[in-house]
Design a protein around this ligand. Structure first.
Ligand code: HEM
Length: 427
């Protein structure tokens, strides 16, 4: 409240000062070049505008060299004369406008909480419609004709060659579309349901991937589920990874997949109770894995689909490409209001690559994990999530990390097997 009072006082002061200054020197009309048609060289800064005005200038019929005003200029000059006469009547509203916009806005901003940014930039998470993806009608059903799988591959390859960052987004899209299955109820899988789930917190940022895929899907004539599975595979190939054959024929879901598992997998560890809490990092509760899962959590989560330890480690190698949103560079105002709305701050932060070379599908992810484990990594060479380092801390997982770091071909072969299993979930 005191801030508002100060704002009004300042506004009043500004009005008085401005009124005094204006009554002494107000002559804005004469300063407008378009008013002064009597001068032979009309000076107008914008080139397009200058051409328009010059074209309209005509010489007087009596042979004089005084250019006549064009209709446009006549209107302008009349407006100038009128407004010169009426300037006192215009003074108050003009001053009020000038003062309120220049002074009040920053003051109001001080009095109000900082503005939040809408993220993700699309429809809110709640209230899914059963009539189609919630944010629009542009997502069409497959036509049955089109360029087919090879066309989709060519288009994705073209896309990735123009912007390598899309590869990570497309692979993550394929992972999130396929993995969101509740094995208990038998719902979900690689079924294109991600189109319904983009508003979920765990899928933030994936709207962009769907957006770039939309024209490719329309052109390809495959179902959304097939398009996403093929695009993920091609994203890997185009980044230098293996070629992964994708079986077609997935049907598109008409509803979102479940977000939570009917029954959480795993148990909280009572033995590790600290300060009255329980360690529940081994429990998977959602259909998309959380970054806080420990090695048991990863096994519990992926084990439901029959993935072996080796395949889990290979799949995690998806983080050899791409980036994640960090809080680095997020303005303080946003950080102060993190709370439940932390997602809104993320787009303002820096995107950090998982590894130093985030656009090439190689085994460098495993090499950096081992360096991290040995405490000999150079700061900045890799940025890992807690669930990344889990696979090098756990002895059984680390065996495979070492094997993939030593043999890139082995990593490629295992990733191929694991990806094929991934995009077959529920199909
Ligand atoms: C426990 C398992 C996993 C967790 C917790 C996890 C979590 C994440 C998170 C938090 C991001 C950053 C998203 C962002 O800020 O935009 C990310 C990015 C990514 N994830 Fe995962 N992920 C997991 C497994 C996987 C798997 C198995 C794959 C692929 C097979 C994968 C592929 C990717 C890719 C490619 C990106 C980069 C996206 C981009 O550059 O836009 N992730 N992941």
């Amino acid at each position: 409240m005191p801030r508002f009072k100060a704002a009004w006082l300042l506004l009043f002061g500004c009005t008085v000062l401005e009124a005094y200054r204006s009554s002494m020197s107000l002559n804005w009309c004469a300063e407008q070049p378009v008013c002064d048609y009597r001068r032979p060289h009309v000076r107008i800064e914008q080139p397009g505008f200058r051409r328009r005005i010059r074209g309209r200038m005509t010489l007087a019929d009596d042979g004089g060299d005084k250019p006549q005003p064009s209709p446009l200029q006549e209107v302008s000059s009349r407006a100038c004369r009128d407004s010169s006469m009426d300037r006192r009547t215009l003074l108050l509203p003009a001053l009020f406008f000038a003062c309120s916009s220049s002074l009040l806005r920053p003051l109001e901003a001080l009095a109000q909480p900082p503005r939040t940014v809408m993220w993700p930039p699309f429809a809110p998470t709640s209230g899914y419609s059963r009539d189609g993806p919630p944010w629009g009608r542009k997502f069409r059903a497959p036509t049955g004709t089109g360029t087919g799988e090879q066309g989709v591959r060519r288009a994705v390859s073209d896309l990735v060659s123009k912007d390598y960052k899309t590869a990570g987004a497309l692979l993550r899209l394929a992972f999130h579309d396929a993995i969101s299955r509740d094995t208990e109820s038998g719902e979900g899988g690689a079924n294109g349901s991600i189109l319904w789930e983009l508003g979920r917190q765990e899928n933030y940022g994936l709207y962009g991937a769907v957006d770039v895929l939309e024209p490719i899907h329309s052109m390809g004539g495959l179902s959304w589920a097939d398009t996403i599975a093929v695009a993920g595979s091609q994203a890997v190939t185009s980044s230098g990874g293996p070629y992964i054959q994708v079986q077609l024929g997935r049907e598109d879901a008409k509803v979102p997949d479940p977000q939570n598992l009917t029954r959480p997998v795993g148990k909280c560890d009572e033995a590790l109770v600290a300060g009255g809490g329980r360690d529940c990092r081994g429990v998977a509760e959602k259909t998309i894995p959380g970054a806080g899962l420990n090695s048991d959590g990863l096994r519990n989560f992926f084990g439901r689909f029959g993935f072996s330890d080796e395949e889990v480690v290979a799949l995690m190698g998806g983080h050899t490409i791409g980036r994640f949103s960090s809080l680095l560079g997020v303005p303080k105002e946003c950080l102060r209001n993190l709370g439940d709305r932390w997602l809104e701050c993320l787009p303002l932060g820096e995107r950090l690559p998982f590894t130093k070379d985030p656009d090439s599908f190689t085994n460098s992810y495993y090499k950096y994990l081992l360096l991290w484990y040995d405490r000999s990594i150079t700061p900045g060479d890799a940025h890992f999530l807690p669930s990344d380092v889990v696979i090098v801390v756990d002895d059984a997982f680390r065996r495979h990390v070492q094997a993939f770091a030593d043999d890139e071909k082995l990593f490629f072969r295992t990733f191929e097997k694991a990806y094929t299993r991934l995009v077959s979930i529920g199909a």
